[in-house]
Design a protein around this ligand. Sequence first.
Ligand SMILES: NC(=O)c1ccc[n+]([C@@H]2O[C@H](COP(=O)([O-])OP(=O)(O)OC[C@H]3O[C@@H](n4cnc5c(N)ncnc54)[C@H](O)[C@@H]3O)[C@@H](O)[C@H]2O)c1
Length: 309
Amino acid sequence: MRSLVTGCAGYVGSHLVDRLLKEGHDVVGVDNFSTGKKEHIRGALNNPKFKLVRADLLNRAAVARALKGRDFVFHLAANADVRFGADDPRRDLEQNVIATSNVLEAMRARGVRKIAFSSTGSIYGEPETFPTPEDAPFPVQTSFYGASKLAAEGLIQAYVSSYGFQAWIFRFVSILGERYSHGHVLDFYRALRADPKKLRVLGDGKQRKSYLYVHDCLDAVLLATRKADAPVNILNLGTNETCTVNDSIGWICAELGVKPKRIYAGGKRGWVGDSPLIQLDCSKMRRLGWKPKRTIRESVLMTLRGFKR
Ligand SMILES: NC(=O)c1ccc[n+]([C@@H]2O[C@H](COP(=O)([O-])OP(=O)(O)OC[C@H]3O[C@@H](n4cnc5c(N)ncnc54)[C@H](O)[C@@H]3O)[C@@H](O)[C@H]2O)c1
């Protein structure tokens, strides 16, 4: 496979690059380093089968150049943080919708037809069915991030029906593991390092969510792109378990050896678009022969140990 990985210096993208190189593939990575880090791809940069293109996906000519000679696109570059969408709605539109459109147009021009896309469980908003299956009633959007990812999914599907593309759309829960760069485990870790005596918690701490370890996520992505063969393959990715924010705080505090006073902001949601309950039905992915190897607690601890290292 001669793949292009967008967002190659990001948290999940850099692990994907490492995995593809380890399997012997030839990889071109694109990143504008808005949140990506060179240290994430230090190993890849020493591999002759990897080429880094420092470019912004909003630059259409640069995307077309990077795609030369490729036959598969893993499109991960995005504004990946759901939390600040309401501060600047244009960011999700540009980074998640226009950037995806540019990738698809460049693929069309270059005759590249296969795309795997990192979508999100946030597209389900606040669903009524739990665990939530891929064909849950058409979701009402509660965040600009979710709305932009759903729009990107729609664009990809239109390229499948209009130009004979094949797509793998993965709706991830929150991903945990080494190189983790945004989310509650990092926020709590930083806060507790600064002041181990108190911890401010968004919401009431009872929000209940599912999480997935980054290598379990990539096992699924790589397996599905080989085994799922429909024109459009939409797959939820998560564990069957859930935990509350309070559970996670308990594990983090025990690992760090601290007992802070918890100060709750209150309310069922931590921010605009936060879902009080996230649990995805991942039986479709499991039927392909995948199952996660790590529990949520283990994934939280692996993430923390990554920070400590
Ligand atoms: N991490 C999670 O918990 C999670 C959950 C659900 C979905 N996702 C999705 O997975 C993907 C990867 O997320 P992540 O957590 O690794 O995020 P990340 O921010 O670490 O990685 C995104 C990468 O894309 C790059 N990038 C952003 N905009 C770009 C642009 N216009 N041009 C070129 N490069 C650009 C960034 O510099 C960064 O390296 C994203 O699409 C995200 O929405 C992540």
